[in-house]
Design a protein around this ligand. Structure first.
Ligand SMILES: NC(=O)c1ccc[n+]([C@@H]2O[C@H](COP(=O)([O-])OP(=O)(O)OC[C@H]3O[C@@H](n4cnc5c(N)ncnc54)[C@H](OP(=O)(O)O)[C@@H]3O)[C@@H](O)[C@H]2O)c1
Length: 215
């Protein structure tokens, strides 16, 4: 059965996946680039980067993925819905290369980009969005691409089969946390942690078979 997967979601020690305030100049607010420095250092991001543990795990991001679901705040800075020309942060050829579903309370018609990415805008509950994305993925897995709010909502709804988090040794103190309201998430998942020489900790949450919603 196809899976709903989260990959490379970087969080601080206190569980924040972004700082604040988010803006066009500072998409991650006061966190800056600190949550993703581990990833920028890998070959996954830059062909001259490292090829060790961080890279091996980062590479799973695209493997077997046929569609992505993301939140409105990942797609653009506050207010992007007022700009009819906004097509995301990623230029004319976004890295998703598959149908990409943006959850927003202000949907608009789909936008076809270069390289296989088409942005679709949905105002529906998580389960319905996932059903739509699975159809578009044609048998492949669906990536729940973030940000924190969307991942939290999908985990809370019992819709996430596999979640790879990368805990970065910084304390942000404020921003958007993934854990709020997710008490006892550990009961539903087998959890593995591995420390990387880079200083980050990779956490893999695999849904326990008896709790699986897809099979
Ligand atoms: N740390 C990481 O690895 C990582 C990964 C990805 C993104 N990020 C960062 O995380 C931040 C965004 O995260 P976030 O938690 O602020 O927001 P988000 O999860 O990207 O988006 C949340 C917003 O999406 C819309 N939405 C969510 N569910 C919906 C539904 N079922 N139906 C309709 N609309 C829905 C709502 O926006 P509206 O009501 O405005 O439409 C909601 O406020 C950005 O800074 C991004 O760069 C971090």
């Amino acid at each position: 059965m196809p899976l709903a997967r989260v990959h490379n979601l970087s969080i601080s020690l206190d569980g924040f996946a972004t700082g604040e305030p988010q803006s066009a100049e500072a998409p991650f607010g006061h966190a800056g680039e600190r949550l993703h420095e581990w990833m920028f250092a890998t070959r996954f991001w830059d062909s001259s980067g490292s090829a060790g543990l961080d890279d091996a795990l980062a590479q799973r991001h695209g493997q077997g993925i046929g569609a992505e679901i993301m939140g409105a705040n990942k797609f653009g800075p506050p207010g992007w819905q007022d700009d009819p020309d906004w097509t995301g942060w990623w230029g004319s050829n976004p890295p998703f290369r598959s149908p990409t579903f943006v959850l927003t309370h202000r949907p608009r018609p789909p936008v076809e980009m270069e390289g296989g990415t088409t942005f679709h805008f949905l105002d529906v509950p998580p389960a319905e969005a996932l059903e739509t994305a699975f159809e578009a993925a044609e048998g492949q897995d669906v990536r729940i691409g973030g940000g924190a709010t969307v991942v939290r909502d999908f985990v809370a709804a019992g819709l996430v089969d596999l979640m790879h988090l990368v805990q970065v040794p910084i304390v942000l103190g404020r921003g958007v946390r993934i854990w709020d309201g997710l008490e006892a998430t550990e009961d539903d998942y087998d959890i593995e942690a591995v420390s990387s020489p880079s200083g980050v900790t990779h956490l893999t949450f695999t849904r326990k078979p008896e709790g699986s919603v897809h099979g």
